[in-house]
Design a protein around this ligand. Structure first.
Ligand SMILES: Cc1cc2nc3c(=O)[nH]c(=O)nc-3n(C[C@H](O)[C@H](O)[C@H](O)COP(=O)(O)O)c2cc1C
Length: 310
């Protein structure tokens, strides 16, 4: 007889069926993914970044593959807040997973505008604050690399988000990620998400120019996983273990073993990004794989694994 395993998690006061999310920008607004997988099997779903006004994003080429990952310089292309409410929210309202809207902007006021307008939407569990996009000239990563700005933006958005959960998404492009994590927690973040992509470059040696029109892009996928695991573990030990703020960990997750690594490092939940492009059904497989791992290791409740690597 198979033993019962509880893989439900409590995430910032919210009970989730399992710890697996899809990462922002890799599954659109869920309608794109619905064709390929059972979106309702997820613990959480995070939308593509939304800004107050629509954005065209950066010129092409804005994606390039590498040996063990990809670089993107999409530049926050999105349909804008009004169209999101009109066209995308109705589907998100019907979804079982906790839905988080990823919010981006060029100024604190822009973030606050988006969050204000969505803060009373029943369909939304909360917001993921993207202060870590490496591919835009104004806003983006500049908010996420300075602890003073992190505090300012987190407290302003927290005040606008009402009862909703606020996840602050951290950039790995910093000297000490714990300093930024602490600033976000002190300013009221309910959860932290780490990591966003690593700034990187690929050069076309025939043209002797960078491949991406933006010159640089954000590296994601398997190449970044060990660094992301390290950063989750560092923030867990230095900031969140004591404050009990949950971490949504990710970066290069392909399978259940990768997800378990992040949980052992200190993540309460995990986000799967780039691998959705390779295997659109991978998040669902990861959920089953985590259950199998718990059975194999005689773990009755997944909570026992959070931070267990020490
Ligand atoms: C094509 C692409 C688009 C992305 N767009 C966003 C975005 O709009 N907002 C955001 O916060 N992160 C965005 N990300 C970052 C991912 O959510 C994730 O944090 C990162 O890719 C690391 O995880 P992974 O290695 O599993 O992809 C994007 C990543 C990719 C590959």
């Amino acid at each position: 007889m198979e033993s019962n395993v509880d893989i439900s998690v409590e995430f910032a006061g919210l009970k989730l069926a399992n710890p697996v999310f899809t990462a922002s920008g890799t599954c659109g607004y869920a309608d794109e993914l619905a064709e390929f997988t059972d979106v309702d099997s997820l613990g959480g779903f995070i939308t593509k970044s939304i800004t107050a006004k629509p954005r065209m994003g950066n010129p092409v080429p804005r994606i390039v593959e590498t040996d063990s990952g990809m670089l993107n310089a999409i530049g926050l292309a999105n349909i804008g807040l009004d169209k999101f409410i009109e066209e995308k929210l109705p589907l998100l309202q019907k979804m079982k997973p906790a839905v988080f809207v990823n919010v981006a902007g060029e100024t604190i006021e822009e973030y606050v505008t988006v969050v204000n307008k969505l803060s009373s939407e029943q369909a939304i569990a909360g917001f993921e604050l993207n202060i870590s996009c490496p591919n835009v000239k104004k806003g983006g990563i500049t908010f996420g690399t300075d602890p003073v700005q992190v505090k300012d933006i987190t407290s302003a958005v927290k005040a606008a988000s009402g009862q909703k959960i606020l996840i602050v998404k951290l950039s790995p492009n910093v000297t000490d990620i714990s300093v930024i994590a602490r600033a976000a927690v002190e300013a009221g973040a309910d959860a932290l998400s780490l990591v966003n992509t690593f700034t990187a470059m690929v050069i076309d040696i025939e043209r002797q120019r960078p491949v991406l029109a933006n010159r640089t892009g954000g590296l994601s996928g398997p190449a970044i996983k060990p660094i992301a695991v390290y950063m989750v573990n560092k923030v867990y030990n230095e900031v969140t273990k004591e404050t009990k703020v949950p971490i949504l960990g990710g970066g290069g997750i392909r399978n259940a073993s990768d997800a378990v690594e992040f949980i052992l490092a200190g993540a309460t939940a995990v986000a799967v990004g780039t691998w959705n492009f390779i295997i659109p059904d991978c998040a669902k497989k990861i959920i089953g794989g985590i259950e199998d791992y718990c059975r194999r290791k005689d773990v009755s409740n997944i909570k026992e694994l959070v931070g267990a690597a020490g």
